[in-house]
Design a binder for this molecule. Structure first.
Ligand code: PEP
Ligand code: MN
Length: 343
C-alpha cells in the first residue's frame, strides 16, 4: 500500500511517522520525489490499517493494492516521461517523445583510430548517440574484456571529435564514477539488471540510465529494477528490450516485441530495443529493427563495425555502416508510417 503524505511534514515528523508504523510491524520506505511525499508500507496487517489510515491527519491519499513498483507505473504518472540526454549541434536529444532515436557503435571499443573513424561515419548518417563499451561483462573469462580505463579516454576523444553523445556500460560504482566525467548515458547490461546495490547507486548519480532487461526476467522484474533507480532519486531511466532466453536456438535470444506495447501500457518510461543482441546474426538485425520501430519503440541500439568479421566481440551480429545506412532509410519510412521520426 502507498500513502501519499502531506508534503509539508518536517523531516522529524516523517521519521516519527515511519517509526510508529515500524513499531506496528510494517516495513516502510519513504520516497520524497517529483514534489510528492510517498510512503510505501508493507506488512501482514495492511488491510486492517488501511481502514483507519484516512483518519491520520498527514495522510492525503491511500493507494491500496500491491505495488511492487509504483514510480515507474502509469498509475503514478499518466504522461510519457521525456528524457533529455544532451545536445548535439545545439539540438536537444530526448527519448520518450515522438522520435525513434538511433544509438549506434561497436560492441567494444578496440582502438582510438577505429572508434573515431566509425563514429564519424555513423554521425554522417545522422546518428546522434554513439555506443562503445570498455567494461565488458563477457560470459567467458577468456573472451576480450574491454579496454577498461584506456577505453574511456578513447570515448572522450570520440565525444570531442564528433560532438556525439556517449553511451557506455558500467558494472559497478567505481566504473560508473569514472564514466560520469563524460558519458551521457550509463548502461546497465542484462547480467546486472538485478544488481540492486548498483541500481541504488545509479539512483543517486543522476545521469540517464539505459536499463537492459535481464535475459531471464519478466517485465515486472524489469520495472521493479527501474524502481530501484527511480526511488533513489534518478528519474531518467530508459528501458531496453534486448531479447530473452527461450527454447529457440536459431536466434541468440528471442526478441519480445510485445514488451514494447506492454511496457507502454504499464509504464511512462521510454523503451528501446536492441535487435543486435537479440538476433545474434547481422542478417536478421534489419528485420527486427523494423519490427521494433513499427511497434513504437522510442529507440534502437545497433552494433556497427567497419569490419564485422574482425571485430573483437560480437562480430557475427554487427552490421557495417553501409548496412546501417540501408536500415536507416527503410526505418525512416516505417517510422513515418506510424507518425514518428527516426533520428
Ligand atoms: C551490450 O549492449 O554491449 C551488451 C553486452 O548487452 P547485453 O547486456 O544486453 O548482453
Ligand atoms: Mn555486444
Amino acid at each position: 500500500m502507498i500513502l501519499v503524505l502531506d508534503p509539508g511534514l518536517t523531516e522529524e515528523q516523517q521519521q516519527q511517522f515511519c517509526l510508529d508504523l515500524q513499531r506496528k510491524g510494517f516495513f516502510t520506505r519513504l520516497v520524497n520525489q517529483y514534489g510528492q511525499l510517498l510512503l510505501s508500507i508493507d506488512g501482514p496487517d495492511e488491510e486492517h490499517f488501511a481502514r483507519s489510515a484516512h483518519k491520520i491527519s498527514c495522510v492525503r491519499e491511500i493507494i491500496g493494492g500491491r505495488h511492487p513498483y509504483f514510480l515507474a507505473s502509469r498509475r503514478f504518472q499518466k504522461t510519457n516521461t521525456i528524457i533529455n540526454v544532451g545536445q548535439v549541434d545545439g539540438k536537444t536529444i530526448s527519448f520518450g517523445g515522438n522520435n525513434t532515436l538511433i544509438i549506434a557503435g561497436p560492441c567494444a571499443i578496440e582502438s582510438e583510430e577505429t572508434a573515431v573513424e566509425l563514429a564519424l561515419r555513423v554521425r554522417k548518417l545522422g546518428c546522434n548517440v554513439f555506443r562503445g563499451m570498455v567494461f565488458k561483462p563477457r560470459s567467458s573469462p577468456y573472451s576480450f574484456q574491454g579496454l577498461g580505463k584506456a577505453g574511456l579516454a578513447i570515448l572522450k576523444t570520440v565525444k570531442e571529435t564528433t560532438g556525439m553523445l556517449i553511451l557506455t556500460e558500467v558494472r559497478d560504482l567505481m566504473e560508473a564514477e569514472m564514466a560520469l566525467e563524460f558519458a551521457d548515458i550509463l548502461q546497465i547490461g542484462t547480467r546486472n539488471m538485478s544488481n540492486y546495490q548498483l541500481l541504488k547507486h545509479l539512483g543517486r548519480l543522476r545521469r540517464p540510465v539505459l536499463l537492459k532487461r535481464g535475459m531471464g526476467s519478466s517485465l515486472e522484474e524489469l520495472l521493479c529494477a527501474s524502481e530501484y533507480i527511480l526511488s533513489h532519486g534518478n528519474p531518467d531511466v530508459i528501458l531496453c528490450e534486448r531479447g530473452i532466453r527461450t527454447f529457440e536456438q536459431f536466434t541468440r535470444f528471442s526478441l519480445d516485441i510485445g514488451a514494447i506495447p506492454a511496457i507502454k501500457e504499464l509504464s511512462h518510461l521510454p523503451v528501446i530495443i536492441d535487435p543486435s543482441h537479440a538476433s545474434g546474426k547481422s542478417r536478421l538485425v534489419e528485420s527486427l529493427a523494423m519490427a521494433g520501430i513499427a511497434a513504437g519503440a522510442d529507440g534502437l541500439m545497433i552494433e556497427v563495425h567497419q569490419n564485422p568479421q574482425n571485430a573483437f566481440s560480437d562480430g557475427t551480429q554487427s552490421i557495417d555502416p553501409d548496412a546501417l545506412a540501408q536500415l536507416l532509410g527503410k526505418g525512416q519510412k516505417v517510422a513515418q508510417a506510424i507518425g514518428r521520426q527516426l533520428v
